[in-house]
Design a protein around this ligand. Structure first.
Ligand code: NZQ
Ligand code: ZN
Length: 389
């Protein structure tokens, strides 16, 4: 096991009607807040009215900015920064999915910074200050509600880049599984694929002797595998939605990475897909992850056999462990497919003509090596895209 520090300061407020507490919680963000949201789902579901009512009852002064797009854009972040400065806003309340939360995080670090907020995403600077961010979550997926990450797309060149900083961990996150009943099936499934990907990025590690976190990872994966079909079959199945929602937070608040090195190549490879083709991040991962696995599994066959046996209940073939490993990967793909997700690039309507460009962008034109479980160069990334065709 590696040495580690673990910080997860976000207060989680979980359960039915939890959003009714948002006014009192939002007071902790300051006198005046920005209410930030997406393309209108919260208005259609009635959540917007509930949040506004609770803010008013608690005497919280707010201004608002909606319109966050999936794969959130830098231009709206910049608009939000200006708006917060002009109105002397103290904190931000994000109501929505990962895109809205990430946009709120970006605005939060952008307001006190004199330079261009993109500096933090391009790796030029690390943020030193932020406005506090609170969350009402409507989609179990990214774990952004308690994570240290924010991912933003710069429309100038369609660069989708992530920033990791503990400063961006939200102060509180309100998680009511009922708020996810209205999700379209494809978003529910994409979210579950993202949750699984966050666990698998950590599971496929070069670190040895990590039994506890291996078992925790396997538990989260099995929970998602059991509950995604239930949530799809009956969208208002509270228990299934609750399991998915809590799995989403635990998959990415870094508990599962304690003492181990994560891989993260698949995320980088996927971000090029959602940057150029605007596909849901989780659907992109359902395509990329099995392809990555096919490319790397021989590197540590034992780990892939363990994954197949413990997560997918594959009967181990002791004479042919490769077969066991491959069956685990096949069952992952089959699971995605059975739950309505794509597993190839053509199913995402992504043609083969820009694979080289994406492989180059993923490695910053050969300057960066991706991954820790296996280190990948541009030509490896290209081979993985080709395996996904
Ligand atoms: O925009 P609105 O109208 O709200 O609709 C959204 C959006 O169209 C809709 N939606 C959300 N909750 C709903 C709902 N529709 C009906 N009922 C509800 N309860 O779902 C659509 C997708 O929302 P979005 O926020 O984009 O999805 P998600 O939560 O999957 O976030 C994806 C973004 O997060 C990034 C991804 O790359 C992507 O940009 N990630 C952020 C991470 C982090 N900060 O820690 C980690 C992840 O690996 C990921 O990269
Ligand atoms: Zn993800």
């Amino acid at each position: 096991m590696e040495n580690f520090r673990f910080l997860s300061p976000t207060q989680i407020i979980f359960g039915r009607n939890a959003e009714e507490q948002v006014g009192n919680e939002a007071r902790k963000l300051g006198q005046k807040i920005l209410l930030h949201y997406g393309g209108g789902s919260i208005i259609r579901t009635g959540l917007y009215d509930k949040v506004v009512k609770s803010l008013r009852a608690a005497g919280v002064d707010y201004i608002e900015l909606g319109g966050v797009k999936p794969n959130p854009r830098l231009s709206l972040v910049q608009e939000g920064i200006e708006l917060c400065r002009e109105n002397k806003v103290d904190g931000i309340l994000a109501v929505g999915g990962g895109s809205t939360i990430d946009s709120a995080k970006a605005i939060g670090i952008g307001v006190p910074y004199a330079g261009d907020v993109w500096d933090f995403y391009s790796g030029k600077r690390l943020p030193e200050e932020t406005l506090p961010v609170g969350v009402v979550l409507t989609l179990a997926a990214t774990g952004s509600e308690a994570s240290n990450s924010s991912v933003i797309t710069n429309e100038d060149g369609w660069f989708k880049l992530g920033l990791n900083s503990n400063l961006t961990r939200p102060v509180f996150a309100i998680l009511n599984p009922e708020l996810t009943f209205t999700l379209p099936p494809y978003q529910t499934a994409s979210g579950a694929a993202d949750i699984m990907a966050h666990v698998m990025e950590r599971y496929f590690t070069p670190t040895k002797n990590v039994e506890l976190t291996d078992r925790l990872c396997e538990g989260v994966l099995k929970t998602v595998i059991n509950n995604l079909p239930l949530a799809l079959a009956q969208p208002d199945d509270y228990n299934a939605r609750a399991e998915l929602m809590w799995a989403g937070t635990l998959a990415h608040n870094d508990l599962l990475s304690t003492g181990r090195v994560g891989d993260w190549a698949s995320h980088k490879i996927e971000h090029e897909l959602s940057a150029l083709y605007d596909v849901p991040h989780g659907a992109g991962l359902a395509v990329v992850f099995p392809a990555w696995m096919k490319y790397v599994y021989r590197h540590d066959l034992d780990r892939f056999v363990q994954f197949a046996v413990r997560v997918w209940n594959v009967e181990p073939d002791f004479a042919n462990p490769e077969r066991t490993a491959r069956e685990g990967i096949a069952r992952l793909s089959r699971f995605f497919k059975e739950n309505g997700l794509p597993t190839t690039l053509p199913e995402l309507k992504i043609p083969a003509d820009r694979l080289e460009e994406m492989a180059n962008k993923a490695t910053d034109y050969g300057k960066k090596i991706l991954g820790q479980f296996v280190k990948l160069k541009t030509e490896d990334v290209l081979a993985i895209y080709k395996l996904a065709l």
